[in-house]
Ligand binder design. Sequence first.
Ligand SMILES: Cc1cc2nc3c(=O)[nH]c(=O)nc-3n(C[C@H](O)[C@H](O)[C@H](O)COP(=O)(O)OP(=O)(O)OC[C@H]3O[C@@H](n4cnc5c(N)ncnc54)[C@H](O)[C@@H]3O)c2cc1C
Length: 553
Amino acid sequence: MPYRHRRELLPARCFPYSPPPNKLASSHSQLRTVEQGEIVVELNEQVTKFFVVVSGQLHALQVSNNQEHLVAICNPGMFSGELTVLSGRRGLLRIRAAKVSELIEIEREALQALVETDSELSDIFLRAFILRRLELIAREVGDIVLIGSSHLLDTLRIKEFLTRNYQPYSYIDLERDAEVQEMLDRFSLSIDDLPVLICRGTAVLRNPTNEEITGCLGFNEGIDQAHVRDLVIVGAGPAGLAAAVYAASEGLDVLVLESNAPGGQAGASSKIENYLGFPTGISGHELAGRAYAQAQKFGAQMLIAKDAKGLACARRPYAVLIGDGQHVPARTVVIASGAQYRRLQLENLSKFEGAGVYYGATHLEAQLCGGEDVIVVGGGNSSGQAAVFLAQTTRRVYVLVRSDGLAATMSRYLIRRIEETPNIELHTNTEVVALDGNEHLERVTWRNNQTGQTESHHIAHLFSMTGAVPNSAWLSGCVTCDQAGFIKTGLDLTTEDLAKARWPLKRSPYLLETSMPGVFAVGDIRGGNLKRVASAVGEGSIAVSFVHQVLAE
Ligand SMILES: Cc1cc2nc3c(=O)[nH]c(=O)nc-3n(C[C@H](O)[C@H](O)[C@H](O)COP(=O)(O)OP(=O)(O)OC[C@H]3O[C@@H](n4cnc5c(N)ncnc54)[C@H](O)[C@@H]3O)c2cc1C
């Protein structure tokens, strides 16, 4: 089979397998000889194993239009695999023996055993798997092609969904790429069908939902949803991911349900600078990616694009309803469904959401407004961060806040950055009163509430980062919430609350436990939360120690 040579993805010295091969001896590994040309991992099939090359050579190949393109070479002393080994999802590449080769074949399950028993090997494999996935993303290797337009609201949604799920893809833009017509013709599509996702080279999805994309890419395949889990976690933001890492590492059978992609609100942050251990900051996306890999490394499973739609809390084990009448049974539940920004009270807001109005400021949104004027609404840390980030690539950033300053709501370091960035203009006592435009936002009007003066500007990008609304509607009264809908836990639950909720036990609720025994609430969904990554992570991990106590009761 012919193939074109690309540069070696991973030079041999990058990730050598230096420990002696006998370290890998286990019931899940075996020495195997393969013939030249033999396929050991097939593209789009669930990855159940990876290989250390003892002699011979493996080639990692991208396959498109039935042509193989060489992506990486594994020489003796190197090993195959990337993040799909951890997740068990479908392979992004074909692995073929380029010569007669002797390989140590290691099953996925063995990796988990290795992680628990051998930190040296665990580090070598995990580091390589994560870096290889990043390389595949950077090089757009894979067989997912998105054809869209920056003027179409759903193009941004799909890009965000793929990016936040660490899925490599190629993007072809209607306005910029000459290839568009050729691609459309090849799949008998018209411009009205955009955005279109071509999945695995053949399936054509016209403006697919996130759930449809998940189905096509097989993200949730092989995850048993029927057996009773020790712990089901709802939400894969920092709080849910922390709970997953701690619970899985302590031997619990954990399933995480995530309605969108791992990372939560933190995933929408360009740079988190106040999280312990990252002196130069870390993007929310990167932090979430590491945490996700870490949770998988310990065996936690995650259903992507799966909303929890209800909690059956009348009897135990509890069950989390996930749609189509499906229930995921759970001995204990951690609710980590977080919060989202309050939407501006503007009549035509929904028309511009994704078409000029955004709720996150990552490089994806920044690409859309380079060199232009933008508005950031809100006075919290997330707004400050967004303003400083966007000021690097836009002409001017207007920060609009309703209060008379930032001191009460924003960290000092961000206020100073704003003051010292010449192209950021702060407007206090100000609120947006009108949005105008045809298909995309074109004009924004704001009012100074002290002077009553209004100003209208040709601005096509507004980043809305105000307040927080809890994602608790799905619980429909199962647990006691405060007036704003945040979940009450531990000592915040009064005697009356517990009586009303018919708390059945002699003991009081544990810290972070809701009015339902064994159901915990952590992070931004919890009443009195601190709206910080660190506190969400802390609460997620603390809750797990009480999960153990409940399971032992
Ligand atoms: C742009 C931005 C920048 C920020 N910067 C900082 C910073 O620099 N430092 C800092 O400390 N904090 C920062 N924060 C705050 C921090 O990100 C949050 O406090 C933190 O993410 C809260 O974590 P969480 O896991 O509790 O909730 P979230 O992050 O809100 O995650 C909740 C998750 O649950 C999922 N979910 C919701 N409903 C359901 C459902 N029914 N079923 C399944 N899944 C569901 C959501 O999709 C989401 O992934 C920032 C926030 C934003 C938005």
